[in-house]
Ligand binder design. Structure first.
Ligand code: DQA
Length: 145
């Protein structure tokens, strides 16, 4: 089965309430619903996982091979310093795409570096909720090949 895993990191559960001038008014549930529809239309299976805890994200990534063929991750703040998540991504043979709602290169200096992107297939940053849609489309195309 071509199952795709979407991981959302810390504070993304607050989307819609959190820094709306940067992240917009859309909630994570609304983003998730449109991704579920997109997956349904493409006849792929999707699992959505959100955690505010680094270790839970590491464990989810470690357990992914066997169950999932592709991972999309918005590591949120962990992007910029979690060597543990980077090492987990590097340790599996499942392709991973890193995504961000905001353009991390147009923000504070501490956000301009991702420690995770170098071990990913690629990165999508700055398109708001569309970043998720583009990443899922990428995953669907990748699995068709
Ligand atoms: C984010 C960007 C990160 O720098 C930030 O810590 C987030 C969200 C984004 O989607 O734009 O929580 O990953």
């Amino acid at each position: 089965m071509n199952k795709i895993l979407i991981i959302n990191g810390p504070n993304l559960n607050l989307l819609g309430k959190r820094e709306v001038e940067i992240y917009g008014g859309i909630t994570l549930d609304e983003i998730s619903e449109s991704l579920i529809n997109q997956a349904h239309e493409a006849q792929v299976e999707l699992e959505l996982f959100q955690s505010n805890h680094e270790g839970e994200i590491v464990e989810k990534i470690q357990k992914a091979p066997g169950d999932f063929k592709f991972i999309v991750i918005n590591p949120a703040a962990f992007t910029h310093y979690s060597i543990a998540i980077r090492d987990a991504v590097a340790s599996i043979d499942v392709p991973v795409v890193e995504i961000h709602l905001s353009n991390i290169y147009a923000r504070e200096d501490f956000r301009k570096k991702s420690v995770i992107a170098p071990v990913c297939l690629g990165q999508i940053s700055g398109f708001g909720p569309l970043s998720y849609k583009i990443a899922l489309e990428t995953a669907i195309e990748f699995l068709r090949k």
